[in-house]
Design a protein. Structure first.
Length: 93
């Protein structure tokens, strides 16, 4: 019993922070590919002087882009998009 608890506790600690983030990154990738690349490519996420420097700023940027592109994405889809972007490019905790 103690060994089982130790294994679960170790696994929980070892999980990356972004794994706990709500959303579905596979769905986020599909949303990104269908909507975001029409305005910009992935270099906007990796450039040295990028404007997004926190998870909060990433959420705000995605919200701004959704509105600016006149998209209608429910909150769960926006969260999936944020999760995908964070896992692939930003790596915020």
């Amino acid at each position: 019993m103690r060994l089982t608890l130790l294994i679960y506790a170790t696994a929980a600690i070892a999980l990356p922070a972004h794994a706990a983030m709500p959303g579905d990154s596979a769905e986020g990738k599909k949303l990104h590919d269908a909507n975001c690349v029409s305005c910009h490519n992935a270099s906007v996420y990796t450039r040295r002087d990028r404007q997004v420097n926190s998870l909060s700023a990433l959420n705000q940027q995605v919200d701004g882009c959704v509105h600016g592109a006149h998209l209608t994405l429910p909150p769960d889809q926006q969260q999936s998009l944020v999760k995908y972007l964070n896992e692939q490019f930003y790596k915020f905790k």
